[in-house]
Ligand binder design. Structure first.
Ligand SMILES: [Zn+2]
Length: 480
């Protein structure tokens, strides 16, 4: 728990993330990304973009976060996107029935019905944790935020996932993509779920960020031409019957542990991606969904989880075979034909979905990168993730040193290097502040600079200092 407090402390103090609406008392499940956090978040998103838009050749789209009721009737969310709640008859507090039963009896409630849960609550005399009152019958509570659009109002919902809005324009994307399969479409954006009582800080948010990729494929061709590039990656896997295996993706596929090559491929790519973000590889675990937690239409679903020292298991990405379920559902309700004619066959494409959270990887990057040494604490962010690549410090605020420092700062800015200028406090304090937000290079301008046009560049990780000519500063920090 010690580390968690340390991270939370740095998060708030350094403007990384902090609770929203603080001046009005705050609300759980909502966070602001501050000046530093926004930079890191964009870097995480851009890394995902690079993987999928550049390497996988995906399109990127952005759709509205609000959508009409019909979308969510078709997708099944109006009916099925629910938690099971029970209310205290005495004080009125609501609880997730499955969580209450799990906490009291230490059993898994995965797949239990509302009646089974109510029986367990009654049979084991589970009462309201707050006032010991009697708990009411268990009911389904829809997690979507409902609103009205226009006047007179029609029911609309804030999206609980980006995927559906991507599917709606499938036919248009099909034309734009020159009718080729597989076709990948990335969407990065906000989604919403009205959790009854989110408690785990950034891990369970009511408004959150996602990066979801839908790969439209031929029903019989769920392969990847580039599987060999990741097939030797070894990983800890937990299978749907809770067996732990450590093996390569190729072996897991051969033995039928992972059923679909495309899923194995994107598990491999995701491991590489998380590692590039700075998440520790040995904290990652691949977990197969059990039969009862997997959507009924899906033949196989895998998550990659981060095993947190503070917060337990954190799901970072879910990769699943959604078959033609969603396109077919929208075809049925909207009447729009979603079939394609492809290489002499007529069919509705299947979808392999790769669904990343952003906020959770963000937290895991922080936990993985935090280094505590005797005399300092720093964030060992990979350069691609760090909020700024460099910080510029004038040694003193007189004798022409600020002017010279501004010159170096401008030089970096002209070269489009994200740079922070910090002139307050001792150099030691400035190093400490830069370390806490993981800036890789600190550049100090001193009296020697006025003489010979060199500066001191200090490396965050090694604390080594080098004297470098101003003309070579940009090359130095971009190349090192
Ligand atoms: Zn109560």
């Amino acid at each position: 728990m010690k580390m968690k407090k340390k991270i939370l402390d740095i998060l708030k103090r350094r403007g990384i993330v902090y609770p929203s609406f603080e001046i009005y008392g705050g609300a759980s499940g909502f966070y602001d990304y501050g000046p530093i956090g926004s930079r890191i978040k964009h870097n995480i998103e851009n890394l995902i973009r690079e993987y999928y838009v550049i390497w996988e050749g995906c399109f990127e789209v952005e759709c509205p976060t609000l959508s009409p009721e019909k979308v969510w009737i078709a997708s099944g969310h109006v009916k099925n996107f629910t938690d099971m709640l029970t209310e205290c008859l005495k004080c009125g507090e609501s609880y997730r029935a499955d969580h209450l039963v799990e906490e009291h009896l230490g059993i898994s409630c995965e797949g239990k019905s509302i009646d089974e849960l109510y029986e367990l609550i009654r049979g084991n005399e589970i009462h309201c944790p707050k006032c010991n009152g009697t708990l009411d019958r268990v009911y389904h509570y829809n997690l979507m935020f409902k609103t009205e659009v226009g006047h007179p109002g029609k029911i609309w919902y804030l999206r609980p996932e980006t995927a559906q809005s991507t599917y709606l324009a499938f036919k248009r994307l099909w034309e734009i993509g020159r009718k080729q399969l597989p076709m990948g479409v990335l969407q990065i954006g906000r989604s919403f779920r009205n959790e009854i009582s989110p408690r785990q800080g950034m891990i369970r948010l009511r408004e959150f960020n996602q990066a979801e990729i839908q790969f439209f494929v031929e029903p019989e061709k769920k392969f990847s031409e580039r599987f060999h590039e990741v097939s030797n990656i070894k990983a800890k896997m937990v299978t749907k019957d809770e067996k732990e295996v450590v093996t390569s993706l190729a072996d897991a596929l051969r033995r039928g542990i992972i059923k679909i090559e495309m899923i194995a491929y994107f598990l491999g790519r995701s491991i590489q991606l998380f590692e590039e973000m700075g998440i520790k590889r040995d904290s990652l675990k691949l977990r197969q969904h059990k039969d009862e937690e997997r959507a009924f239409y899906s033949s196989d679903t895998w998550d990659i989880e981060f095993v947190s020292e503070n917060l337990g298991r954190i799901e970072l990405v879910g990769i699943s075979d959604r078959t033609d379920y969603d396109l077919r559902a929208h075809m049925n309700l909207s009447g729009e034909d979603m079939t394609v004619n492809y290489e002499g066959k007529k069919f509705i494409p299947h979808v392999i979905e790769v669904a990343y959270g952003i906020d959770r990887p963000f937290y895991c990057v922080l936990e993985s990168c935090l280094v505590e040494e005797k005399e300092r604490t720093y964030m060992k962010f990979p350069r691609r993730i760090a909020p700024y690549l460099a910080a510029v410090f004038p040694l003193v605020n007189k004798d022409g040193i600020p002017e010279k420092s501004r010159g170096v700062f401008e030089l970096l800015r002209k070269n489009r290097v994200y740079t922070l200028y910090d002139q307050s406090g001792s150099i030691g304090r400035r190093y400490a502040r830069a370390d806490e937000i993981g800036i890789p290079f600190c550049i100090t301008i001193d009296y020697d600079t006025l003489e010979d046009n060199t500066v001191t560049i200090r490396d965050r990780d090694t604390k080594e200092q080098k004297r470098v000519k101003i003309d070579e500063v940009v090359d130095y920090i971009v190349k090192v």
